[in-house]
Design a binder for this molecule. Structure first.
Ligand SMILES: [Zn+2]
Length: 113
């Protein structure tokens, strides 16, 4: 198909770098039945014929991922505090013995100074 009966002014599909799409292009230059240069009918931008191929073959998801990652300004990670987990029992602080029903064993010591 390619390169057959192509003449100046013909319309071909090619990738436009401005439109970022495969668009209709007018043939601007032909050499030995091969298209050299085209012009986008949408934005009128001229560029070498790309044979209807997109320049990048990357996975679009990967590209989107890179863009998102590039925009994030190195935010600090969420604070992970496994030590403070709420109502975890702390045996050092209040053991069964420290909870004396009378409660004056501690006060005597504190008033010493
Ligand atoms: Zn264009």
């Amino acid at each position: 198909m390619e390169g057959r009966c192509v003449r100046l002014g013909d319309t071909v599909d090619d990738y436009c770098s401005r439109c970022k799409l495969i668009m209709n292009h007018g043939v601007m230059a032909v050499l030995e039945e091969k298209i050299l240069k085209v012009r986008c009918h949408t934005c009128m931008g001229e560029h070498p014929y790309r044979h209807g191929k997109t320049p990048r073959r990357k996975d679009p998801l990967k590209k989107a991922f890179d863009e998102v990652m590039g925009k994030i300004p190195a935010a600090p990670a969420a604070p992970a505090a496994p030590a403070h987990r709420g109502p975890a029992p702390r045996p050092d602080d209040e053991g069964p013995e420290g909870h004396a029903p009378g409660g004056h064993g501690r006060q005597d010591r504190g008033d010493d100074e």
